[in-house]
Design a protein around this ligand. Structure first.
Ligand SMILES: Nc1nc2c(ncn2[C@@H]2O[C@H](COP(=O)(O)OP(=O)(O)OP(=O)(O)O)[C@@H](O)[C@H]2O)c(=O)[nH]1
Ligand SMILES: [Mg+2]
Length: 456
């Protein structure tokens, strides 16, 4: 396999840049462009040690000074010999050192090629490699934590548990096939059904992690709605911790949609404050009201606000009718509870099983909203470090495995031959092995690593 090299740091001004070289020629190539001041040979140095030296150009001139860090196969990221050359962080000098490395015999790495080699050399599973790219692309600490546990092998371990169970079942099935005369079926087929059903429950749980994980990573489109002056913009500002929306005592203050991303506990809300929904002759407001209603249709969560200080109004009832036509989860907020109440709470409780009391000066309001939202989105107790399906590829494999396990259960219950059960068990195994990358086509591997950046 060729020796590859690439700039592993962003191509921008910075303190330091790093060029990574991996492959059997890593030491000889690095030694041609980097001369340790101590005079020692890089290949003689112990793994994980660094040395200071000069980068030399084609005619022997020094172009920069820096550090070489050496790794001996298989104790490196890729599992191959690796040298990481750090130079000063200028775009021009970094490019020049890469050029010298390429002139010395390395070929330019493709995006993700270092990680692909790590996968091919058995340093990590496909799901762990996908964790690496997710970590790099994480936009919130919650997403980063979940990517890191995937990198750490949480999903791999979870799948391995299911794989072991399937292998044990497949083992029993082939024993029966080999010794059919030993009439074991009566007793053991109920045992087998028990094992397959347990596996089916585990498989369903695994599938459910996809939606929850996606919510944590990407956040949920959330819309704040209610009649004018109920306090939507006030809550928007409280949730975002900034004066994002204009608040006044005049009804009809917010006319357009105001958006902000808000971290509420573990959940990321992509929150939209909207114009108060009511009948109006004001053309601008009419457009705002339409936008508010449109938002409800595309939202993943609705926060519907009601004014505690006023009696139930036509507008409140209309909003309730609109919301009841939608599938979306709704949290009702009974707001301004610091003042005397006139609201028909009975009506609200009858229409909104999820309802919390809020007011602008009560800090507990946010905690109550956070708890209710976490519950409503089924995220209570959800722990990404237990291993979650992180992308469509993984989910696709898990769906196939789940279907095959279901077919095995059905075949067994319908009293079909054990061959039929075995076929489905094998299919489920195949899907799980594809998920972890233990049995996967080259095209899939290429597809996964192509999403990486150069140098990773
Ligand atoms: N007493 C009390 N007043 C509040 C509370 N929350 C908001 N208000 C007041 O209610 C008025 C309206 O607040 P906004 O946040 O602008 O209401 P809105 O729903 O965005 O109104 P529009 O944009 O017009 O639809 C302002 O005078 C706020 O100060 C609260 O919890 N208690
Ligand atoms: Mg407003």
């Amino acid at each position: 396999m060729s020796t590859i090299a690439a700039i592993a740091t962003p191509l921008a001004l910075g303190g330091v840049s790093m060029i990574r070289i991996s492959g059997s020629g890593a030491f000889s190539i690095a030694e041609r462009v980097f001369l340790p001041i101590s005079g020692e040979k890089l290949s003689d140095k112990a793994g994980y040690t660094a040395c200071y030296g000069n980068f030399v150009g084609n005619t022997g001139e020094t172009v920069d000074d820096g550090i070489a860090l050496v790794f001996h196969a298989p104790h490196s990221y890729t599992g191959e010999d690796v040298v990481e050359l750090s130079c000063h962080g200028g775009v021009c000098i970094t490019r020049e050192i890469l050029r010298l490395v390429l002139d010395a015999g390395a070929s330019l790495a493709e995006p993700g090629e270092f990680s692909k080699r790590a996968f091919l050399n058995g340093k990590m599973s496909l799901t762990q490699a996908e964790g690496v790219i997710d970590l790099i692309h994480s936009k919130s600490m919650q997403a980063a934590r979940s990517a890191h546990s995937q990198m750490d092998g949480a999903l791999y371990r979870r799948i391995s548990g299911m794989k072991e169970a399937l292998l044990a079942i497949a083992g029993h099935l082939s024993a029966w096939a080999d010794y059919p005369e030993e009439d074991l079926e009566e007793v053991e087929s109920s045992d087998l059904l028990g094992q397959l059903s347990a596996l089916q429950r585990e498989s369903k749980k695994l599938l459910a992690t996809f939606d929850s994980g996606k919510l944590l990573r990407e956040g949920v489109e959330t819309v704040l709605v209610g009649k004018p002056n109920v306090g939507k913009s006030t809550l928007m500002n409280l949730l975002s911790g900034a004066e994002k929306s204009i608040v006044t005592s005049i009804a009809g203050t917010t006319r357009d949609v105001v958006e902000e991303t808000v971290q509420l506990g573990d959940v990321l809300l992509r929150l939209a404050d909207t114009a108060g929904i009511h009948e109006t002759d004001d053309v601008v407001e009419q457009v705002g009201v339409k936008r508010a209603i449109d938002r409800i249709e595309t939202a993943g969560l609705v926060l519907a606000e009601f004014d505690y200080t006023l009696p139930l109004s036509e507008e409140d009832k209309q909003l309730t009718e609109v919301l009841e036509k939608q599938e979306v989860p709704v949290l009702a907020l009974l707001h301004k509870t610091d003042l005397a109440g006139q609201m028909d709470e009975e009506y609200l409780r009858a229409h909104y099983p999820n309802l919390v009391m809020t007011s602008k000066d009560d800090p507990e309001s946010l905690t109550r909203i956070e708890e209710a939202v976490t519950r409503l989105l089924h995220l209570t107790g959800f722990d990404p470090s237990q291993g979650i399906l992180a992308n469509e590829r993984q989910r696709g494999c898990a769906v196939l495995a789940d279907r095959a396990i279901g077919e095995a259960v059905d075949a067994l219950q319908a009293g079909m031959t054990l061959d039929a059960v075995d076929l489905s068990v094998e299919e489920a195994l195949d899907a799980l092995l594809t998920l972890t990358g233990e049995r996967v086509t080259e095209a899939v591997v290429d597809q996964v690593f192509h999403n990486f950046c150069v140098g990773k």
